[in-house]
Unconditional design. Structure first.
Lengths: 519, 716
């Protein structure tokens, strides 16, 4: 068949350097004796949107033989693309969606990292697309695949993704250009040459190896091993109690107990385990053997409760925040995250915004209530609260937070603790009462704790939604599909901030008791 | 100062006879103008023609040597009016803008120019913003050409062809005393290619010559009876002259082929994609020799009847490849063929979609349908694509549709407009939903997630005017938003002045980021950057006061509390009349371009430098993402929750963070959460820094180790 142009598509995000890569490739192609054409659609797409660059290369010699210039297209045709370079995983998916990647023809060079779209980021819970599924789809569509985390490669070499993509292209061998011409081009660009060359070489080598085999499947996050000996002998009995629980939940409960210990003290960890045990007895009850088969895991209730309970019992009060923010481990993490050189000085500024509610919550219960109940005092204080910027790196700033963290010993007497503790006990009570007759509904109630999270208004919104759901329990208990409905209500509660979806979902329940709360 | 520097491109404007130019289509046009002895160039920036303006703005030196006058007009209307210089004098002039939006703005001047007619070649270079990536409503420039009888060139997207079109455009304009439009599609403007250059030409006649001996010809004035004479002249003189020129100079191309019973007529701009489609169908080779005869319209208005008759006679069917709607060419062709009793069947829209961009796949499908119906024997050859599977399997397609997230455009990392729209979001939580009349510019992105704000967009600078109907009705005040670009483009008069005159009681926000940012960061009258060629620093506040606004407030977008305060006041104040708020915040793209190198240099020079960036503590973030819903900064993203007990992803600030400060402001103003921190990274610390640093580290270390010991007293 007669000579045809080599066609290449770059699928990138606006401002991610797809243009730089295209320019490099043009120069390289021309240096290698090819006629090159590239087109793009800048404009608004350049502002963080998904954008496409399209290039064609044709041997100058062949054109001269024919004595005519080849006619090059300005857009890729489905099934007519030799190589697609995707700077991000979802964009690889988009390229496949557009029919640019075909098993007969296309070499796909894609990074496995994700740059999340606004829709994924702004979800009130888990909104990210399933990487494992994306990877699987990407794997099934290309003729040849070069697949690895190019962002990580760029980061490691302190370079940019465009040099990694260029290296991957070179290593893939899909373009008939010599490696030294690629490298020459990077040198010519004259910016961060050493770093870019390092990234290029690195990527080139990985590309020669082809598919990194990355599956995107996350392993279990929870440390599965449960030691026989407690690190502190005095806690051995507590560990024994954990080891007496069903094996399936031991790692979870151990993590929960450790969390409670880290949060407060051994007594608090013990309280956690006690509460878990009381749920465990429900699981054990023979009456429950008649539990719906649909509820797959045997100890679903225990698992859900142990998880939710651990999170709820270690709710983020001002003391907890101060504690976490003053730890040495945190300082190290920040140093690592901001990429400070070893020994480089840096300051940390926190953005605390304690409202009257938070202040009252940290006070002894009686005092806190009195404060909240006296409007004049509230007003006086609220005029003095507002954005507190605390410089944790300075002596004064650190001491402030350190002192706050020190209030841990009085935590049990604080207003917030009393309130949360009461809420926890009420919630556990409901679970216990429900478990006998409506096991799966109890499981959903245990899971519903996930609605209550965050700080200030966010936390209040979560609690509002939670109580709204609780208000529906009576009705849901009368329904055979109560558990499924409660699960749907949870999703609805996480659909929007204004609670519109939740209101709609409740209306469709046709429940008479649609009032927000039951107590 | 535009978003990027064009120093390199400017050099290519100096290339002389026989040298090879490498670069973008729109830059080839720029070079072609200088080769054609253009005397003056104007325009208004906007994709896809911004680069033409940017390069000339950076090319002052060359322009001065050649005696070419260049200016960035206040609007497309200004640019179009500039062409009046070619009415009375043999001055070659060119103007450029984004079409059809810019052509809408310019059409008053254009209509008058077309009626008066021109002595010197007048070329209007239009970036046809149609199809994928377009940022405007979808219309055709073709209609403007027809209504005012301005000739329309649509050359092949191939640099030599584009350059030729510029040169021939001037000649055609002079031969027919009519302005000429040169239309280039988005991809043609940005196509990288090469062409052989010629020396630049000094204009034979200069503006100075004109001013020295002003020429006046009453018949060129737009007033009866001249206007009637001009209309007659258009039809009886200019049109025939144009047709003669187009035919004699062979501006359109006929590519003959053996398959004589059918043929394809196409717009020049669609040549490359059409040829590729034919090649994939096995009907053409890569060098453009086609099995089907082609009639290539490099001039799409006016059409040359004789050429149509010649091409279509004896053919059973002719396909017309014409992008966009209405299908003006198809309509005109039908009339021509009918009047000349040419029986060839016209196949166009129907086989090809009535609307939307004509990419290779669309064309391949349409052409295949045409060929299969009228000359199936041609396809026996099979063709490259015939064997190739092109569609994604239905299953995979469905999965992908579910998995691949939409990726709408948004405000850049550190954009100063972000904190303002976050403030607007908080404000609406307090006072309830507002009617917001939006405008054209980066701030248009606020109509997309996560802000989802703005009820209508009426055009560039028309944000305030768009709220007129709500201006005086006592209820909750309407808010209109306008960028500084739109404000100077026409918003000062059409919006603010109008609101004063009609006693509107609404709120107008003018976002002053210092540049015409969305079009590439060009300077505008209020730009602060020192620019030797222009007078910047013209105050928006003064201008607003000048047209009679009493209530004007200025606020910095990064001070969200102050901004909120001003907004609340504007909505609640007893004072009647328009309330104007100017929110300041320099475009981050331009700012970074200015600041980054300086910082790098200071660090190298050993100066003490503090670099700020933000971060999120994953152990206090609970994964609600309120912060992201209020900010949407690209550098504020999510990552898997490191906490084994939690599944909701945590917020995370990646390394693209420029430390603009919005995260802290949002966390503060919205009472979000304490997870955000700002890190101040210190370069080249002073001795004092090092001393206090050591002291702090020591003391804090002691305390940290103590509480660590306390914690580890008990461990499971």
């Amino acid at each position: 068949m007669a000579e045809r142009p080599i066609t290449l598509t770059i699928a990138a995000l606006g401002g991610q350097g797809g243009g730089v890569l295209a320019d490099w490739l043009i120069e390289i192609a021309e240096a290698e004796g090819y006629l090159a054409q590239s087109t793009s659609v800048p404009g608004v797409a350049q502002r963080t949107g998904a954008t496409i660059y399209y290039l064609e290369f044709f041997p100058r010699a062949a054109a001269e033989r024919a004595g005519r210039e080849p006619v090059m297209a300005l857009m890729p045709g489905c099934g007519d693309v030799d190589c697609v370079v995707a700077s991000e995983l979802a964009e690889a998916g988009r390229a496949i969606q557009r029919g640019l990647v075909t098993p007969e023809r296309t070499t796909l060079i894609a990074s496995t990292h994700r740059s999340y779209a606004i829709g994924e980021k702004s979800a009130m819970g888990q909104g990210m697309a399933d990487t494992a599924e994306l990877i699987e789809l990407v794997r099934n569509h290309a003729k040849r695949l070069v697949l690895f985390d190019m962002e990580e490669t760029a980061e490691r070499n302190r370079s940019v993704i465009s040099s990694v993509l260029l290296g991957a292209l070179c290593g893939s061998g899909v373009l008939p250009f010599r490696k030294r011409t690629f490298k020459e081009e990077i040198r010519k660009s004259g910016i961060a040459v050493q770093a870019n060359l390092a990234a290029f070489e690195d990527a080139c080598g990985r590309a020669e190896r082809g598919d990194s085999g990355f599956t995107g499947k996350a392993g279990p996050k929870l440390n599965q091993e449960v030691p026989a000996q407690a690190r502190t002998p005095s806690l051995q009995p507590l560990l024994e109690r954990i080891r007496a629980l069903p094996a399936a939940v031991q790692p979870l409960v151990l993590e929960g107990a450790r969390r409670a210990l880290d949060y407060q003290d051994p007594a608090y960890a013990t309280l956690y385990v006690e509460r878990v045990e009381s749920i465990a007895t429900l699981e054990a009850r023979p009456a429950l053997e008649a539990r719906p088969a649909a509820e797959g895991r045997p100890v679903a209730l225990l698992e859900a409760s142990a998880r939710s309970l651990a999170l709820w019992m270690t709710f983020e009060d001002t003391i907890r925040v101060a504690d976490l923010k003053t730890r040495a481990s945190r300082f190290l993490r920040v140093r690592d995250e901001i990429r400070a050189e070893p020994g480089q000085l840096f300051g940390i500024t926190e953005f605390m915004k304690p409202r009257v509610e938070e202040i009252a919550g940290t006070l002894p219960a009686a005092l806190g209530r009195w404060l909240l109940d006296s409007p004049r005092l509230r007003r006086w204080l609220s005029r003095r609260t507002g954005g507190k910027q605390i410089r944790t790196g300075t002596i004064f700033g650190f001491l402030t937070l350190h002192a706050l963290q020190g209030c841990k010993r009085w935590r049990r007497s604080t207003l917030r603790f009393r309130e949360e503790n009461a809420r926890i006990e009420e919630w556990l009570g409901r679970i216990t009462r429900l478990a006998a007759e409506h096991y799966s509904l109890a499981v959903e109630l245990a899971r519903a704790q996930r609605l209550v999270k965050g700080y200030g208004e966010t936390q209040e919104r979560g609690w509002r939604n939670f109580t709204t759901l609780v208000g529906q329990l009576e009705f849901l208990a009368t329904r055979s599909d109560g558990a499924a409905l409660l699960a749907r209500l949870q999703e609805a509660a996480l659909a929007d901030e204004e609670g519109q979806e939740l209101a709609r979902a409740i209306a469709t329940l046709g429940s008479s008791a649609a009032s927000p709360t039951m107590h | 100062m535009a978003e990027r520097s064009f120093a390199k491109e400017v050099l290519s404007l100096r290339l002389g006879d026989g040298e090879e130019f490498h670069g973008e289509g729109i830059l080839a046009v720029t070079k072609a103008l200088l080769q054609s002895g253009v005397a003056y160039v104007g325009g208004y920036q906007g994709a896809p023609i911004s680069h033409l303006m940017d390069v000339l703005a950076d090319a002052k030196g060359i322009l001065d040597e050649l005696g070419v006058h260049f200016e960035a007009g206040a609007s497309e209307a200004t640019a179009a009016a500039m062409l009046s210089a070619s009415i009375n004098y043999p001055l070659r002039g060119a103007v450029t803008w984004k079409s059809t939006v810019g052509t809408n703005v310019a059409s008053d001047a254009l209509a008058n120019l077309a009626s008066a007619g021109v002595k010197g070649g007048a070329l209007i270079i239009l970036g046809e913003d149609y199809g994928e990536g377009a940022s405007i409503m979808q219309e055709r420039t073709h209609a403007f050409a027809m209504k005012s009888q301005i000739w329309l060139l649509d050359p092949r997207p191939h640099l030599p062809a584009i350059v030729r079109a510029v040169e021939q455009g001037f000649e055609l304009s002079e031969a027919s005393n009519t302005p000429v439009m040169l239309m280039l599609r988005i991809r043609a403007c940005h196509v990288y290619g090469r062409f052989r250059t010629k020396n630049n030409r000094r204009p034979a006649f200069s503006a100075a010559d004109a001013l020295a001996a002003p020429a006046r010809d009453y018949s060129r004035i737009i007033l009866p009876p001249s206007t009637y004479a001009q209309e007659r002249e258009k039809i009886q003189v200019r049109m025939p002259a144009a047709l003669r020129f187009v035919a004699e100079r062979g501006l359109n191309e006929i590519i003959d082929a053996d398959a004589g019973e059918i043929g394809i007529v196409l717009q020049g701009g669609l040549y490359n994609n059409t040829l590729r489609a034919l090649e994939l169908l096995g009907l053409a080779d890569v060098f453009g020799s086609s099995k089907v005869p082609l009639y290539l319209l490099n001039v799409t208005y006016p059409l040359v009847p004789d050429e149509w008759v010649k091409f279509c006679s004896g053919k059973r069917a002719v396909m017309i490849v014409e992008e966009g709607q209405p299908e003006y060419i198809e309509q005109a062709a039908s009339q021509i063929l009918r009047q000349h009793d040419v029986s060839a069947r016209i196949v166009g829209k129907g086989a090809l979609p009535m609307f939307g961009e004509y990419g290779v796949d669309v064309l391949r499908k349409g052409l295949a349908e045409f060929i299969d119906q009228w000359a199936p024997q041609l396809r026996s050859g099979g063709g490259v694509a015939a064997s190739r599977k092109t569609e994604v399997s239905a299953v995979a397609a469905a999965k992908l549709a579910a998995l691949v997230p939409p990726r709408p455009s948004g405000l850049c990392t550190g954009c100063p407009e972000r904190p303002f729209f976050a403030a607007m979001k908080i404000l609406q939580k307090e006072v309830g939903a507002l009617h917001i009349s939006a405008d054209i510019g980066c701030h248009s992105f606020a109509t997309l997630p996560p802000f989802n704000m703005g009820n209508s967009i009426m055009g560039y600078g028309l944000g305030a005017a768009g709220a007129s109907a709500f201006g005086t009705d006592g209820g909750r005040r309407a808010v209109s938003i306008m960028g500084d670009g739109g404000f100077w483009h026409n918003g000062l008069t059409s919006g603010v002045g109008n609101a004063v005159f009609n006693k509107h009681d609404d709120v107008t926000v003018i976002i002053d980021n210092g540049y015409s940012a969305a079009t590439g960061g060009q300077d505008i009258p209020s730009s602060r950057a020192a620019n030797p060629n222009r007078q910047g620093n013209n105050s928006i506040v003064d201008a607003v006061r000048g047209v009679g606004v009493k209530w004007v407030k200025r606020t910095n977008t990064y001070d969200m509390r102050a901004t909120l305060k001003v907004l609340r006041e504007a909505l609640s104040t007893k004072i009647r009349g328009p309330k104007v708020i100017v929110v300041d915040g320099e475009c981050q793209l331009n700012r970074q371009r200015r600041v980054r190198p300086l910082m790098r240099k200071s660090i190298q020079d050993g100066e003490r430098v503090v670099r700020e960036r933000f971060g999120v503590d994953p152990d206090t973030c609970t994964g609600d993402h309120s912060c992201i819903r209020l900010s949407g900064c690209p550098s504020l993203t999510v990552k898997e929750n490191p906490d084994p007990l939690r599944s909701d992803p945590v917020a995370h600030v990646d390394n693209s963070c420029v430390g603009c400060g919005v995260c802290g402001e949002v966390a503060d103003a919205a009472v979000l959460c304490p997870s955000f921190y700002r890190a101040e990274i210190l370069y080249n610390p002073s001795r004092w820094d090092r001393l206090t640093g050591r002291f702090r580290a020591a003391l804090i270390g002691v305390l940290q180790r103590r509480s660590e010991r306390k914690r580890l007293r008990y461990a499971l």
